[in-house]
Design a protein around this ligand. Structure first.
Ligand code: FEO
Ligand code: CA
Ligand code: CA
Ligand code: CA
Length: 622
């Protein structure tokens, strides 16, 4: 499989790898040389149609909907049961639910690749044949198996589309019960030790996997976001919850699901340290299905959004991360040592420790358009026993509390982060309508709207263009919303834009086009103040001019998330997450049956991946 890694590194599929290549060879843009940023496609209107709509000169193809056999070698390939009757064991060998962050890794064999994707959360009504009237241990297992990560192999077809190769020697499901290692400064900490793992260095599973990252050495980083909702306990135990438990949302009685009744590790009153083992960035080697995933504690614990990697001028690794909750922070990690580069490219095994030894910072966005990265290191900036941190492990496990102490800027829900080919960093701030509410921070320069329904995108340039710099200059790229509602405070970078709200997913392709995906709440889609914005959508922007054109609209109730343009820029992979999710119609109802049924109620809706191409085989987005 080292040949595959070499092929991945040579393909420059990760932006970071092309960055490395540019720094080492000072090469011109290696992407195909059609006019890079023309946005020449036919824009699609905002729409409440229960369908995937793309420009007429494009076509999409469905891949790997929930329940599709993953194709794990020497294992059964259980077919999807449309009535929800697949067992927990079946689900561990099938596509999970709620596809999210995703990446494309070319293989050494031409026209073959791995598609690696997150499965963020579960819709228990759809997952089980009889919904959740009664929970049991089998349902808990099935639910845990429906989250995590899929690695599938895909092959280009004669028509320029893609098909799944199944079984495949690479195919793998990592899920909520997969054994994995815990590494870095918090491994072994007393706060990480449990009855099942007294050493505090191993854990079963990853779940709530939202956005992602790709390392320069060809591994996949999956981010554990809303892990808190799976831990619970009796409501009357909430009285004794600690400030840290409250800050992270792991409070008995506030659980989303009843795991704790049937799997005791989710009972906060019996195993209060178990949730400390979630909320991390997890490294997975997609080229080696035997390799154990590793939770990298040096990057800090939060409701982890992306872990976007780039390379500092001196060759150290930088990782940008958001913490998606109201009034939480943007973080950066810088490795202690440089990436080891050989003639074959950066080497996986040698570089992995770069994720264990380094410094974590939190961002402060000042009113004058400048910003600072403030170090989160025990013994500095007041992080010591007096402020509640015994050691660096505690700083990392309670990174949110540490960021409070040093004075980071509380943001409007930081989601994905993307780095442009020329090193500018973009973060989506998806929304926050509680700014200025009683006891909460009011508007500030970086988060200027009190009633921020629509979110926006903020960008910064590190000083000297170096990702290792501790100062930067920031500005808003867009304050999203409906310009026909002056009260929305919308501000777009160009008159030539299509409107959107609640940006979430972000991806730069190799031509420098910025792909933007939205996640407006299902409760609000089609209603004021979101009426004019239609269903969730995807847009393509030219960051140089601000021109922004709508490229895709999704079925009812879905979020558009997960995006990767192939290195040849001929295919765009996108995930449709939770079609039919309509939170105000009662849990049992869904307002879409996409992709299997025509009318709501005719089939269980399924999250799935789309492979999108131009009918003429040209470069997407141009
Ligand atoms: Fe899973 Fe913050 O989106
Ligand atoms: Ca998201
Ligand atoms: Ca979101
Ligand atoms: Ca969602």
């Amino acid at each position: 499989m080292s040949l595959d890694r070499r092929r991945f590194l040579q393909s420059g599929t990760a932006a970071v790898v092309s960055l490395l290549a540019q720094r080492h060879a000072d090469a011109a843009d290696p992407a195909p040389s059609e006019p890079g940023r023309s946005l020449g496609f036919t824009g699609v209107p905002a729409s409440l149609r229960d369908a995937v709509v793309v420009p007429p000169e494009y076509e999409w193809q469905l891949l790997y909907p929930w329940g599709t056999p993953t194709g794990v070698p020497r294992q059964p390939m259980p077919a999807f049961a449309p009535d929800g009757s697949n067992s927990a064991a079946d689900q561990a060998l099938q596509a999970g639910m709620h596809h999210d962050g995703m990446h494309f890794f070319p293989l050494a064999t031409p026209d073959r690749a791995l598609l690696v994707m997150n499965h963020e959360y579960t819709d228990e009504q759809l997952l089980h044949a009889d919904g959740v009237k009664e929970w049991n241990a089998e349902k808990v297992r099935k639910s845990l198996h429906a989250m995590g990560v899929s690695v599938i192999e895909i092959q280009r077809t004669a028509r320029g589309g893609w098909r799944q190769v199944s079984p495949s020697p690479y195919a793998r499901r990592v899920h909520g019960r997969t054994p994995m290692r815990i590494a870095g400064p918090a491994a072994g900490s007393p706060l990480m030790r449990t009855a099942a793992n007294p050493a505090g260095d191993e854990v079963f599973g990853t779940f709530a996997n939202c956005a992602m990252g790709v390392t320069p050495w060809g591994t996949y980083l999956t981010c554990e976001e809303n892990f808190h909702g799976y831990f619970g306990g009796p409501k009357d135990a909430a009285k004794t919850a600690t400030p840290a438990q409250r800050r992270y949302g792991t409070v008995p009685g506030s659980q989303w699901v009843e795991y704790w009744r049937f799997d005791e590790r989710f009972d906060l009153t019996r195993h209060p340290h178990e949730p400390h083992r979630f909320g991390w960035v997890v490294e997975i080697d997609p080229f080696d299905p035997e390799a154990r995933p590793i939770k990298r504690t040096a990057l800090g614990r939060k409701r982890q959004e992306s872990a976007t990697c780039t390379v500092a001028r001196d060759g150290r690794l930088a990782v940008y991360m958001g913490d998606d909750a109201r009034f939480e922070y943007v973080y950066k990690y810088i490795s202690k040592d440089r990436i080891a580069v050989t003639s074959d490219g950066p080497q996986a095994r040698a570089n992995s420790r770069l994720l264990d030894e380094g410094t974590l910072y939190v961002a402060r966005f000042d009113a004058d358009g400048r910003g600072r990265w403030i170090e989160l290191t025990h013994g500095r900036h007041g992080l010591d026993a007096a402020s509640g941190f015994a050691d660096q492990a505690e700083v990392l496990i309670h990174a949110r509390l540490a960021a409070d102490v040093v004075g980071g800027t509380k943001m409007d829900r930081p989601e994905w982060i993307a780095v442009s080919p020329d090193g500018e960093v973009y973060v989506t701030l998806t929304n926050n309508t509680q700014r200025g509410d009683f006891g909460k921070p009011g508007p500030d320069a970086a988060n200027p709207r009190a009633n921020n329904f629509f979110g926006g995108i903020l960008r910064w340039r590190e000083d000297d263009g170096d990702a290792a710099s501790l100062g930067f200059a920031w500005e808003h790229f867009v304050l999203a919303g409906d310009t026909d509602q002056p009260a929305s405070g919308a501000r777009y970078p160009s008159p030539d834009v299509d409107l959107f709200g609640s940006p979430d997913g972000l991806h730069f392709d190799r031509g420098g086009l910025l792909w933007i995906q939205t996640d407006m709440s299902g409760q609000l889609i089609g209603k004021p103040p979101y009426t004019a914005l239609g269903n969730n959508q995807m847009l393509c922007a030219d960051p140089a001019t601000g021109r922004t054109k709508r490229f895709l609209t999704g079925p009812n109730g879905c979020e558009i998330t997960g995006c990767v343009v192939t290195p040849d820029r001929r295919t765009l992979f996108v995930n449709i997450q939770h079609p039919g999710e309509s939170r105000d119609d009662g849990e049992a109802k869904h307002n879409s049956a996409w992709p299997d049924g025509d009318a709501p109620g005719s089939a269980r809706p399924r999250s799935a991946t789309l492979a999108i191409r131009r009918r003429d085989g040209g470069i997407v987005g141009t």
